[in-house]
Design a protein around this ligand. Structure first.
Ligand SMILES: NC(=O)c1ccc[n+]([C@@H]2O[C@H](COP(=O)([O-])OP(=O)(O)OC[C@H]3O[C@@H](n4cnc5c(N)ncnc54)[C@H](OP(=O)(O)O)[C@@H]3O)[C@@H](O)[C@H]2O)c1
Length: 240
């Protein structure tokens, strides 16, 4: 049977790496991007290949439109098709209004908003009808929860809004567009403040990347075909 193809933007570490490994386990051939950590990207590829899967990594800065387009072209050239795209690459910059620098504002919007839109645009141009677009937003789109994360929350709220419009746009092609909104999850992004966050989660712990990946796996699968335009929060009850 022909193996479907998935592309994960930001698949070298954390949630994206777990998603790449999980989709490979589900039988997808994988293309993943990274920007700064080739060794981590190689580890993910090696782990997938060691399990009998097919994967390769592409350096592509999600702040660079040309790099995003070229990465999609490479994935399609290698595998000949594209069925699922997971746009996970994201950056966190924090600070109160009076101290927040314009460079950080631009960095967050470039990767978390503009980069998401451009990745979807590039991928869908090659995607087969009936495909899946999955974004990784954040539960902060629902409730910011702290005074230093407003720009990050704004970027993730933009993504939640984007998927509703794109779901309508792409419905005629039966391409579903959904957004997974994790809460605090154990990755490099949260490493410095994990203990403080843990205390704020009703379930008393932070999430594991493989738990987020399991939800992505379901949304990417056949059974999720009737769901589109949804933002699904998975956060241990944090925003309740
Ligand atoms: N961890 C959490 O608690 C949490 C909660 C809610 C939402 N999220 C969201 O989940 C996603 C993944 O977060 P994470 O915690 O797994 O983060 P992470 O551990 O910091 O990993 C970020 C991933 O994105 C890639 N990336 C970052 N900037 C990029 C760029 N400009 N171009 C291409 N790739 C880029 C990184 O590549 P390199 O390895 O090459 O740097 C890495 O693969 C993000 O969108 C984040 O906002 C995370």
């Amino acid at each position: 049977m022909e193996r479907k193809v998935a592309m994960v933007f930001g698949g070298s570490r954390g949630i994206g790496a777990a998603v790449a490994r999980r989709l490979a386990r589900d039988g997808f051939r994988l293309a993943l991007t990274y920007v700064s950590q080739p060794d981590r990207a190689r580890d993910v590829v090696d782990a997938i290949v060691a399990q009998g899967g097919e994967a390769f990594a592409i350096r592509a800065d999600s702040a660079d439109a040309a790099a995003i387009g070229a990465a999609v072209e490479q994935a399609v050239a290698r595998f000949g098709q594209l069925d699922v795209v997971v746009v996970n690459a994201g950056v966190l910059r924090v600070g109160r209004l009076h101290e927040f620098r314009i460079e950080d504002l631009d960095a967050v919007l470039d990767v978390n908003v503009r980069g998401v839109y451009l990745a979807i645009q590039a991928a869908v141009a090659h995607m087969r009808d009936g495909g899946r677009v999955i974004t990784i937003g954040s539960n902060t789109a629902v409730r910011a929860s702290n005074p230093i994360g407003s720009v990050y929350a704004m970027s993730k709220a933009a993504v939640a809004s984007l998927v509703t419009g794109l779901a309508l746009d792409l419905a005629p092609r039966r391409i579903t567009v959904n957004n997974i909104q994790p809460g605090p999850t154990e990755t490099d992004m949260t490493a410095s403040h994990i203990e403080q966050i843990k205390a704020l989660v009703p379930l008393g712990r932070v999430g594991r990347p493989d738990e987020i990946a399991a939800l992505v796996s379901w949304v990417a699968g056949e059974e999720a075909g009737y769901m589109t335009g949804a933002s699904l929060t998975i956060d241990g009850g944090y925003v309740l």
